[in-house]
Design a binder for this molecule. Sequence first.
Ligand code: HEM
Length: 557
Amino acid sequence: MSYTTAENVVPSSTFSAINLFYVLLVPALILWYTYWRISRRRLYELAEKLGGPKPLPIIGNALEFVGGSADIFNNIIAKSLPFDHESVVRLWIGPRLLVFIYDPRDVEVILSSHVHIDKADEYRFFKPWLGNGLLISTGQKWRSHRKLIAPTFHLNVLKSFIDLFNANSRAVVDKLKKESGTFDCHDYMSECTVEILLETAMGVSKTTQDQSGFEYAMAVMKMCDILHLRHTKIWLRPDLLFKLTDYAKNQTKLLDVIHGLTKKVIKRKKEEFQSGKKATIMPEANDVTNEVPSSKSTSVEGLSFGQSSGLKDDLDVDDDVGQKKRLAFLDLLLESSQSGVVITDEEIKEQVDTIMFEGHDTTAAGSSFFLSMMGIHQHIQDKVIEELDHIFGDSDRPATFQDTLEMKYLERCLMETLRLYPPVPIIARQLKEEITLPSNGKKVPIGTTLVVGTYKLHRRPDVYPNPHKFDPDNFLPERSANRHYYAFVPFSAGPRSCVGRKYAMLKLKIILSTILRNFRVYSDLTESDFKLQADIILKRAEGFKVRLQPRKKQAKV
Ligand code: HEM
């Protein structure tokens, strides 16, 4: 029997077709590459004029992102120093151009713009988790959903959450009583902020919750690690390669936990709706507390709510927003979905996932940094405690909205914490139009990932004297008065500012004042011991280690 080899059965015409394919492929690739380079000529020309560490061929500055989160953070900060005189740093990650800006005049061009509102391509890694929620969506979808959601964080609604903020703050104080030595306060802050979000924005009562809050918070932390890896490791960027790694398998498991909770929350609320339970319409401002000025206006003079007092956004509308819009977040979304085409079930899920993430991890980091600052700067803590004793005396009563207005020094400490340790240390946009930087007249090309370096912006020596020192007096009205509005943007600013800004400030004041009414905080470390890492949210790599001592209350004088 004779066997024919494989080559013999392939007709020679097929061979020549394969050869022809390769012969044509090479010039096609060369042509495509030439076209690609030419189409990016302006990008290269303008990038060349911006300062930055020298890039390597093909990989650019990708080696700057080698190592753990804390190493990367330190390295990027150190590598930016030689370019501080211009406050612009150019970096290449492979073919992607990143331009970091941290001059308030340049930051204003981006954040105040209604044109540069598209999030950077890097936000796509959030998509399997947050879908097209408010954080990443753009265009008409973002505009209409922002219009729908922003009023649910209006002060009228927030004031009705005060009882829940108080109850959860007391619950966390009870849990903290068990800690006798040094511990990581971030775990407590995380769990507490998830539970508050479930009870307030989502309207899920405590009795229907289970242990999933803590599990959710931990899954979010691990997801952020994976996303940070995808931002910084060039080989994890393409979906095709990422899917082959164990990180992808881990991501699927984490998303099961995260989406499990959000689906459960929506299901419960829907069942309530179907059983005829109507969404609670929040009482008007004046009904919630008789201590608030008696006009329909809900703007409160002198209260900064986390941004320069000269800045205004859609959260600062001071007219009454109307009865329908005075619903809490998830109630409003479900009402709107029933009444027509405003929002679909899938979109509700995306928005719930977005609010759950943005609303908890940021405030958990902010409150943990605040407690660390109190532990380190005892003389400043003395002044906060003095203020709280003056407001509350030796009473255990819950805090009112009026009390939060009187926490002037605590508010300054909170703002100073957000200045030095902004939980969102960078904000990134995709440039769809070329811009000229007002600070130095240089141009940044279309296609750039433009990064607002909030961490560096907040530590400018020409804006904040002694910029690395924790000094709450930086936020005295006379010191803030002449400062550039965009020199302090922990919640971003402009049309894409944080919708949870007022919610976060009010909630933080109640949680932190309740903790300091019950404990004195100590820290064995100083700020120079901090190992900062920025895996999406700024954190201390070594954990937020503090010690607590129960306080003996002072009588009111
Ligand atoms: C200390 C606490 C917080 C800080 C520092 C903070 C900071 C920020 C920043 C910087 C942005 C802009 C991000 C970007 O453009 O990439 C943002 C957006 C956002 N934040 Fe917050 N946030 C905080 C709390 C909250 C809370 C409590 C909520 C909700 C309950 C929330 C919901 C959102 C949403 C939905 C967006 C996207 C807004 C849009 O693009 O239209 N945040 N936040």
